[in-house]
Ligand binder design. Structure first.
Ligand code: SAM
Ligand code: DTB
Ligand code: SF4
Length: 334
């Protein structure tokens, strides 16, 4: 097979002098994207905790004593209320996550209904529900699901050190089902799991060598959760993190790269560097799934400092006029 990105070619980027690398990344970013615009998504956990999987990083696994409150699948009104709020504060996409190994057949009609209703609000829709069969993906696609998030998390080799209840192969199979259904792929991973540079190289190679790279790539910095096996992991160095964002931009020039979990612990300068080298999407809202995110107010300050505007969301529903104070105004109307 002819790889788009070989190990050697990718490794070269990891060894490149920092300023040469970020110059290359920014040139590519400017070729494919408006550097002053950012895609904004808001997350909601629609089923929280008691997950049968054993992902070592995750607060929601039933195996880790994390003191998380279990919440069964949320009712429609609660989900729609959160979606309306997300829209009001300026998000263009609403991402719903469930702590499942996979959705059960009996849940699909309800999920389809939710997708239809959220879509009607004029938001793009995204779900992350675990493994999906082709038929399930097709049903969600027909209901209007735009994106499905399913992270490969790290390299094939390191994966089994982090998760034992499922395989990398099954992860890739779900990505294939999503692709074949017509839903756009959101897939990325976590930095700070204890992976080596070799794993980071292989992780980015895996994504960039998919038949078509994911449209959306979340890069999470590990949020260290007390009670999980990774709670005492070593902090990721900010420059190493920026380097990974830059390399992802170079390897997957047309994909949106989301600066995802971990922003709460990053200063504005680090986040600005991530945007500069190619990140152009964020999770916006004071909560990720179960942990704190950087507050909306702080995000707005950051956007204003950097003159970042939300990406124009081309939809017949979205005729809101964006200006520099758009987010402030939206928050004030809350
Ligand atoms: N259960 C589904 C699954 O695993 O595909 C969907 C929800 S799961 C919480 C979504 C993603 O969140 C995971 O794939 C992982 O990459 C990310 N995640 C979970 N816990 C995290 C943490 N402590 N720090 C950073 N990212 C995390
Ligand atoms: C992704 O890559 N990151 C988001 C989203 N996809 C679903 C989740 C981050 C979760 C961080 C830990 C928590 O809040 O539970
Ligand atoms: Fe469950 Fe997803 Fe958390 Fe793994 S990452 S424990 S599958 S919710």
């Amino acid at each position: 097979m002819n790889l788009r990105w070989t190990f050697k070619k990718t490794q070269k980027l990891f060894k490149k002098p920092f300023f040469d690398l970020i110059y290359q990344a920014q040139k590519i970013h400017r070729k494919y994207f408006d550097p002053n615009r950012i895609q904004v998504s808001t997350l909601l956990s629609i089923k929280t905790g008691l997950c049968p999987e054993d992902c070592k990083y995750c607060p929601q696994s039933a195996r880790h004593p994390t003191n998380l409150k279990y919440e069964p699948l949320l009712n429609k009104n609660k989900i729609l209320k959160a979606a309306k709020k997300a829209k009001k504060i300026g998000a263009s996409r609403f991402c719903m996550g469930a702590a499942w190994k996979n959705p059960k057949e009996k849940d699909i009609p309800y999920l389809e209904k939710i997708v239809k209703k959220v879509k009607k609000l004029g938001l793009e829709t995204c779900m992350t529900l675990g493994e999906l069969t082709l038929t399930q993906a097709q049903k969600l696609h027909n209901a209007g699901l735009d994106f499905y998030n399913h992270n490969i998390d790290t390299s094939k080799n390191f994966y089994s050190k982090i998760i034992s209840t499922r395989t990398y192969k099954s992860r890739l199979k779900t990505l294939k089902n999503i692709r074949n259904s017509g839903i756009k792929i959101c897939s990325g991973g976590i930095i700070g799991l204890g992976e080596k540079v070799q794993d980071r190289i292989e992780f980015l190679m895996e994504l960039s060598n998919l038949p078509k790279p994911p449209e959306s790539i979340p890069i999470n910095m590990l949020v260290k959760i007390p009670g999980t096996p990774l709670e005492n992991n070593k902090k990721v160095n900010e420059f190493d993190f920026i380097r990974i964002i830059a390399i992802a931009r170079i390897m997957m020039p047309k994909s949106y790269i989301r600066l995802s979990a971990g922003r709460e612990k990053m200063n504005f300068q680090t986040q600005a560097m991530c945007f500069m080298v190619g990140a152009n999407s964020i999770f916006y809202g004071c909560k990720l799934l179960t942990t704190k995110n950087q507050s909306e107010k702080k995000d707005i300050k950051l956007f204003q400092k950097l003159d970042l505007k939300p990406e124009k969301f081309e939809s017949k529903f979205n005729n809101q006029h964006y200006n520099k104070n758009f987010f402030y105004n939206a928050l004030e109307k809350e």
